[in-house]
Design a protein around this ligand. Structure first.
Ligand SMILES: [Zn+2]
Length: 330
């Protein structure tokens, strides 16, 4: 039974039943001890004694909703929450790419991948990369994965886009395109996770799960320990977008990117794999002086590239980073 009036022991005022919260006690509805204003005051004081603890408590209370939950259920709940956020992010980035492709009138999504792109595709990729970085909270590494290029390429494209977008030195067409795309994006961007296709959390890559500012860009200044020549060739042919056959081909007239890739390869063999110019002269059947000049050029390319190749190597073969000395001891 609920009495019509009750005296609040905290403020010592007798108040009507409407001035009290009710609670369930052994199946009966009863009035709470303090009146509404005293109760609020008490909760506020309690909150500020230890805000973090109270926040966790209230979250768990909300989650539990009357049930007892295990740590396992709590974990599943947290993963599901992250998964929803990621699904939304993915839908948003796909929308941005689609809008950019419409704006630049290109239709082959595959051609936006990689480091070396053609005319309109290059411009389209630059715009998409920049907008994705700005409007979804993805790291450079995640965007590099989406476009199958290196993290350094993403940094370069963002810089280029910022330059094109600036008032003093930029391009008015670029700004107009950006405005158009963003208008459409804001109108159509998905905001409710249940309206986009759900994808399990496990299928998102490590880079996609990271938030925007977590991974610092610190290229190492040597390849990972224990890396093999095959792994080097594989990464180099992806990095320079060339066939892997050219590294040991007899053709002495290769030019451009292919020549560059082979020179970088020779430099890496020289500096990190213990193959000096004599060994390489035999390996590639070239003059010793030709080998030496190739190694020098390779070193210069690496320097210009600010070691981003090493970063990509470490990303691809993180297991190769473990020190072989440690394995020998065990
Ligand atoms: Zn009171």
């Amino acid at each position: 039974m609920i009495p019509d009036i009750k005296r609040c022991p905290r403020c010592n005022i007798t108040k009507p039943k409407e001035e009290y919260y009710t609670k369930m006690d052994k199946g009966n509805k009863v009035l709470q001890g303090y009146c509404v204003s005293c109760e609020r005051e008490r909760r506020r004081e309690k909150y500020w004694e230890n805000p973090q603890k109270e926040r966790t408590r209230s979250k768990r209370r909300m989650l539990r909703n009357g049930r007892n939950i295990t740590p396992e259920q709590d974990r599943v709940h947290n993963i599901r929450k992250k998964e929803r956020a990621l699904v939304l992010r993915k839908a948003r980035l796909e929308l941005i790419i689609k809008l950019c492709m419409e704006a630049y009138e290109v239709d082959n999504r595959e051609w936006l991948n990689g480091r070396y792109l053609l005319g309109k595709y290059e411009e389209c990729a630059t715009m998409s990369v920049w907008l994705i970085r700005k409007h979804t909270f993805l790291s450079r590494e995640a965007i590099a994965e989406i476009f199958n290029c290196s993290s350094q390429d993403i940094i370069d494209r963002i810089k280029l886009a910022v330059h094109e977008n600036s008032w003093e030195r930029g391009d008015i067409l670029f700004r107009m395109k950006r405005e158009n795309i963003l208008k459409k994006y804001q109108r159509n961007k998905p905001t409710i996770w249940s309206k986009v296709d759900s994808i399990p959390y496990d299928s998102f890559s490590e880079a996609m799960r990271q938030s925007k500012n977590i991974l610092p860009y610190n290229p190492p200044n040597s390849p990972s320990t224990g890396i093999t020549q095959d792994q080097l060739i594989e990464t180099l042919s992806w990095y320079y977008n060339i066939s892997s056959d050219i590294f040991y081909s007899d053709d002495t007239h290769i030019r451009g990117r292919e020549a560059m890739a082979r020179q970088v390869y020779m430099y890496l063999l020289y500096a990190f794999m213990g193959l000096n110019e004599h060994a390489q002269a035999q390996l590639f059947s070239r003059d010793r002086s030709t080998v030496m000049s190739n190694i020098k050029k390779g070193k210069e390319y690496m320097k210009k590239d600010r070691n981003s190749l090493f970063f990509e190597l470490a990303k691809r073969y993180p297991e190769a980073q473990t020190c072989p000395a440690e394995q020998m001891i065990s």
